[in-house]
Design a protein around this ligand. Structure first.
Ligand SMILES: NC(=O)c1ccc[n+]([C@@H]2O[C@H](COP(=O)([O-])OP(=O)(O)OC[C@H]3O[C@@H](n4cnc5c(N)ncnc54)[C@H](OP(=O)(O)O)[C@@H]3O)[C@@H](O)[C@H]2O)c1
Length: 429
């Protein structure tokens, strides 16, 4: 047992402050769990003048991350700056210096995690990143440990709180995307530049990480099919409600014989699905394993204390490993090389909303193109004349290969009686 385990935190922002606060407030219990005293020896940040909402000794602050990375007394380096550079270099140099690593950095883990994990594993060092997906929700350790005996068949997650807040408000208050985004920004739930969240990049990083662990095969983030929520209208939300669905931004990973299907997009989800009740900024992750069946994880996906909780959990786990001489115990498990399925070959159901001429024969003409492409229809809803004397038709298909669906839709959009295909959304049953 080491009497004291020294930590260096790089990045004293939202999560850095949360983690430090938890280490201070729960110090006694944490140290009893570990069997050592936990000392935050140094904290690095670009700006060390700004006041933080946590107590700290200004003498431990530095602007030079290498005062942590090169300090022989520091056991655990906690990277909380985000982004790929220089975070990746800091972590690699810290691993080479024999440090155990804790990080919350989804973008770095999704893009370069494989190499860094191999590097840490080679040296029998820990590299934990629980906060990188689901904030405070335990999901990485459950996949790596508790569910390790399963063949994971699918993961469906609501893993981005900002978009979930926007979609919840659009559905509950009948407001459009732009209006709710502005509210989310004023409440601090969305960034001034919301692209990373609303275009699905953040969710793509997270599902790439989860799928890599679940399917034992590295998922490159470029292989994740991605669509954001910006094209959703209040009208789509209202049809979803009428048809017994809600609309969520889903991060989906499924494995089929030797291949993986990884995608992020808005989807109609039945109101009876366990994820349908995950609202506001909350996250939920649904996992299906061949042995365990269905399990679901729910909680706060962001925030200083929620993400800090996951970071401190990792610190405690590393500290225990140090005390048992067991670091490097959980290493990279990407021992297979599965191909990513093309979206053309994905099988899904679809919702389509279109404006057409309001005249006899229109439905039959469209249905015949669907039929020629093997798209069979589960239900059709036609609303009366719109402002221009047009009809609005909503279709829900049965399961069909995406290439067939898109081919049919391209042909339908060219029909003279079709004024516009306003939107189409996958349906996840
Ligand atoms: N916020 C959440 O709820 C949450 C949840 C889960 C995971 N995460 C992840 O946690 C990480 C940190 O997020 P955060 O929200 O805490 O970010 P943040 O509030 O922006 O904090 C990052 C801090 O790191 C500092 N920094 C940037 N580059 C640095 C460098 N080269 N050397 C030293 N310090 C540097 C920043 O300083 P300046 O501000 O001066 O640039 C800032 O104080 C990210 O990877 C994020 O994805 C966040």
């Amino acid at each position: 047992m080491k009497p004291t385990i020294n930590i260096g935190i790089i990045g004293f922002g939202t999560v850095g402050c949360g983690a430090l606060k938890i280490l201070q407030e729960n110090k006694d219990a944490i140290e009893l769990k570990v069997g050592s005293s936990i000392c935050v020896k140094r904290i690095a940040d670009i700006d060390i003048e700004r006041k933080r909402p946590v107590q700290y000794d200004p003498a431990i602050l530095t602007t030079d991350a290498y005062q942590i990375i090169n300090d022989p007394e520091i056991d655990i380096v906690v990277e909380l700056i985000g982004g790929v550079n220089p975070a990746g270099k800091f972590i690699l140099d810290a691993i080479k210096n024999g440090k155990q690593i804790v990080s919350a950095n989804k973008e770095l883990i999704a893009r370069e995690g494989h190499g860094l994990l191999l590097e840490a594993g080679k040296r029998k060092q820990d590299f934990f990143f629980e906060a990188s997906v689901g904030g405070g929700i335990p999901i990485i350790r459950p996949l790596k440990i508790c569910l390790a005996g399963n063949r994971i068949e699918e993961i469906i997650g609501i893993v981005n709180g900002t978009t979930n807040f926007i979609l919840t408000k659009m559905a509950q208050e009948g407001r459009d995307f732009g209006e709710v985004l502005a509210q989310a920004q004023s409440l601090g739930y969305a960034e001034a530049d919301p692209t990373n969240d609303v275009e699905g990049h953040d969710a793509a990083y997270k599902i790439a990480i989860l799928a890599s662990i679940a399917f034992n095969s590295r998922v490159n983030v470029q292989e994740v099919y991605r669509e954001g929520i910006t094209k959703l209208s209040e009208r789509d939300m209202s049809y979803a409600r009428e048809l017994g669905y809600c609309v969520k931004l889903l991060a989906i990973a499924k494995q089929h014989n030797g291949s993986m299907e990884i995608r992020v997009h808005p989807a109609f989800l039945p109101q009876s699905h366990p994820l349908a009740s995950v609202n506001d900024v909350y996250n939920g992750i649904f996992v299906r394993g061949d042995a365990v069946g269905d399990v679901m994880f729910y909680g706060q996906g962001a925030g200083p204390m929620a993400a800090g909780s996951a970071v401190v959990g990792d610190i405690i786990d590393v500290a225990r490993d140090i005390n048992c001489g067991a670091t490097g115990r959980i290493c990279c498990t990407c021992f297979e090389d599965k191909a990513a399925l093309s979206m053309d070959d994905v099988i899904a159901k679809y919702y389509i909303r279109m404006q057409t001429a309001d005249q006899p024969g229109v439905l039959a003409g469209i249905a015949s193109i669907f039929g020629e492409n093997e798209v069979s229809i589960a239900s059709v809803l036609q609303k009366g004349r719109g402002e221009n004397g047009e009809a609005e038709i909503v279709w829900i298909t049965h399961e069909v290969r995406e290439l067939n669906f898109r081919t049919a839709l391209d042909a339908i959009a060219k029909l003279p009686v079709v004024a516009q295909v306003s939107n189409w959304i996958r349906v996840e049953d």
